[in-house]
Ligand binder design. Structure first.
Ligand code: PMP
Length: 423
């Protein structure tokens, strides 16, 4: 038995399912997860000595690759001065200034520790600001594991085929209305029929696989929100500081009222944020009545890792990452076509769909061949490729992908597809 498998057996005795977050369990691909020992750049080593090309990057944060020397140095330097104070620090101020400077929709920002918290607080703030109770979310978008957002959510919730989750009061779920991505008709109806505080969405959904937004979609959403007095909340936990320095809002020229950030902004440490218009953010405690708090919010180590990461993200960086991503698309799309698969990409996020054309929304994602995806995933892992273990997830590329890695990816995908379909 491999060391990973024996660790999984032990883990299952003391951690539900053996993992600290469900998708890591590889249930959707009928496999067992390798246990990771270390990472450098875009490579990881598992405890059995296998070398894996990491196509997840910790589900988004590791845009610089693992163990980037500048990030590690800042974390070490900061750690030597103390790891948590629960009191204000200068670095938090500088960080907030840097974030507001970088993102077109941020006048003010509040730090927290996870994407779940960021969207949870953003929707409470939207409700507190507007005095309305309904929320609209998009089918297949995932905004973290809190009650209001676990309704028709993507990612792990979709992976496990649960429409929501037991434990969420029906009365709470009833306040979350849903609508398909890339379409505004149902959103318009909801806005007409209910008192809606906010419309929340991933501008580029990554939690039902990567879905490309239609032209004009965000402008229509903005207009509808204005017409009905609802806030437009863009969840940039995946896209923030990834699709551009100003995230999806910069890339697609979105005028959001509130934005949730996570992943890249924390440089691989537990940090997230939400922010937006000054008048809305001014309703937050202690300035205003909407309560929100966190013991480890603005944690010095996380702030140090986030700032060190953001410092390296300039125009040149994004150009290079786009070039890497385009090159990967150019190399693997012809292979995918041979096997009737499709490919969707926005910047450094992409998904291989086991379906002839890329889906436009969650209903179309459900038409994928999930069995073939599972087989592909297992074969790809044998080729040293660590793809996300679910059709409902996106690949996140990092800047360290060079020609050796792209070659490894191309060869591995070719062999894994052949093994999936030719036997
Ligand atoms: N929003 C989006 C778009 C996400 O992808 C995620 C996590 N994958 C979250 C929110 C929740 O973030 P976290 O896992 O840090 O709580």
């Amino acid at each position: 038995m491999s060391l990973s498998d024996s660790l999984l057996q032990r883990a299952r005795q003391v951690i539900p399912g053996g993992v600290n977050s469900p998708v890591r369990a590889f249930n959707a691909v009928q496999g067992n997860p390798p246990f990771i020992q270390a990472g450098k750049g875009c490579w990881m080593n598992d405890v059995d000595g296998n070398k894996l090309l990491d196509l997840i990057g910790s589900w988004g944060p590791m845009i610089l690759g693992h163990a980037h020397p500048k990030v590690i140095e800042e974390i070490q330097k900061t750690a030597s001065m103390g790891t948590s104070f629960g009191a204000p620090t200068e670095a938090e101020v500088l960080f907030a200034e840097e974030m507001c400077e970088a993102h077109p929709c941020l006048d003010m920002v509040r730090l927290c520790s996870s994407g779940t918290e960021a969207t949870m607080h953003a929707v409470r703030l939207a409700r507190g600001y507007t005095g309305k109770e309904y929320l609209i979310k998009i089918d297949g978008c995932y905004h973290g594991a809190h009650d209001a957002m676990l309704v028709k959510a993507g990612s792990g919730v979709a992976t496990f085929a649960e429409p929501g989750s037991p434990g969420i009061p029906k009365a709470v779920a009833a306040l979350t209305l849903t609508a398909p991505f890339n379409d505004v008709d149902i959103i318009r109806q909801h806005l007409k029929n209910h008192s809606v505080a906010g419309v929340i969405l991933e501008a580029v959904p990554g939690n039902m696989g990567c879905i490309v937004p239609n032209d004009g979609y965000f402008k229509q959403l903005r207009e509808l929100c204005d017409e009905y007095g609802a806030l437009l909340i863009i969840d940039e936990v995946m896209t923030g500081f990834r699709l551009a320095k100003g995230g999806a809002c910069e890339r697609f020229d979105i005028d959001a009222d509130l934005v949730a950030l996570g992943k890249v902004v924390g440089g691989g440490l537990p940090l997230a944020a939400f922010g937006g218009r000054r008048d809305i953010m001014s309703k937050l405690s202690p300035l205003g009545p909407v309560y929100q708090a966190g013991t480890l919010s603005g944690n010095p180590l996380a702030v140090a890792a986030g700032r060190a990461t953001l410092r390296l993200l300039n125009d040149e960086f994004y150009k290079r990452l786009e070039h890497i991503s385009e090159e990967i698309e150019r190399r693997i799309v012809p292979i995918l076509k041979e096997y009737g698969c499709s490919f969707a990409r926005v910047g450094s996020m992409f998904t291989i769909f086991f379906r002839a054309s890329p889906p436009q929304n969650f209903t179309e994602v459900l038409e994928c061949d999930f069995e073939a995806f599972g087989a592909f995933h297992r074969h790809a892992l044998n080729q040293g490729l660590y793809f996300p273990p679910s059709q409902y997830e996106a690949v996140f590329l990092g800047i360290e992908m060079g020609s050796e890695e792209i070659e490894w990816l191309e060869k591995g995908v070719k062999k894994a597809l052949k093994a999936t379909f030719d036997c």
